[in-house]
Design a protein around this ligand. Sequence first.
Ligand SMILES: *[C@@H]1O[C@H](CO)[C@@H](O)[C@H](O)[C@H]1NC(C)=O
Ligand SMILES: *[C@@H]1O[C@H](CO)[C@@H](O)[C@H](O)[C@H]1NC(C)=O
Ligand SMILES: *[C@@H]1O[C@H](CO)[C@@H](O)[C@H](O)[C@H]1NC(C)=O
Ligand SMILES: [Zn+2]
Length: 277
Amino acid sequence: MLLLSLALVAALAPSVLGCPQHLNNKRSHLQGRQTDPALNPNPNTTQNIWSYEASFNWGKLSPDYRLCQTGTQQSPIALSLGNGLSLNHVPKFNYNGSVAGNFANWGYGPAFTVAHNGDWASHPSFTYDNEILYLKGWHIHAPADHSVGGDRSKAEMHFVHVDAEGHERAVLAFRLDPGNFNNTFFDQLPPMIGFDEMQTQEPLELDLSLALESVLHFNEFWTYQGSLTSPPCHEGIRWFVARQIMFTGVEQMQAILGASTYSARAEQEVWQHRINE
Ligand SMILES: *[C@@H]1O[C@H](CO)[C@@H](O)[C@H](O)[C@H]1NC(C)=O
Ligand SMILES: *[C@@H]1O[C@H](CO)[C@@H](O)[C@H](O)[C@H]1NC(C)=O
Ligand SMILES: *[C@@H]1O[C@H](CO)[C@@H](O)[C@H](O)[C@H]1NC(C)=O
Ligand SMILES: [Zn+2]
């Protein structure tokens, strides 16, 4: 029964789309359906196939995934107030107005990709130090990737940002937990699209600044040098993790979890992450 459900998850999971990539074109993940690497040790059939259930093993699946095993700044990591909070790299947001895009499911949870007309400058953006970065989209992992003081939130939302050439450079992480009130950001969403409905895309306009308001615009945060949290585990990603929890209503959290499947990478050893430096 366990083997059966693992195989099912692997069959549904995309092999090419991973945090924090957001593709604007229709995904071709169905061509890549394969068996779960944890179940099939033949290297010729496991190449490029990965699952969250076996995230400790990604570095062995393909030469392209070496960094998952050998990288010095791999994400996610455990954070705590013992790290202090960051006084450096303070983000300044330019997230005005409603933003058009596509609501979908990235195969593991709810996702939204900002419509792209070729001009990144038309996207919501933020600056830190002397860099300006543009929002490509957001997606949700459940449970959360980052723990804080040993506590792991029920889910984590990633706002993925790219530079002017479209390369992933930074992720804003919002830790999500149920609270007493409905969240105005999630109030905007239509019914969730399930993780088994990856072909569905729904055009949608969102006020993304409502998410920033929920965490007081990252007034307190941790930052570090990290990586993608799925293969190929590329580094050079600056993470910003909000100290404030983004609280949702109970029904909102149930809707998020109902559309999600296990999607947290095992926590990585802190090495050259330069937390808050
Ligand atoms: C894997 O593929 C290579 C070349 O394509 C072949 O030589 C090798 O025997 C294959 N290995 C297995 C275990 O099938
Ligand atoms: C967004 O709003 C801020 C503050 O309200 C303003 O300074 C900025 O110029 C606006 N940016 C755009 C692109 O409208
Ligand atoms: C939150 O919204 C749901 C509908 O999505 C509603 O049933 C529920 O009563 C609301 N809860 C609160 C605390 O407002
Ligand atoms: Zn992610």
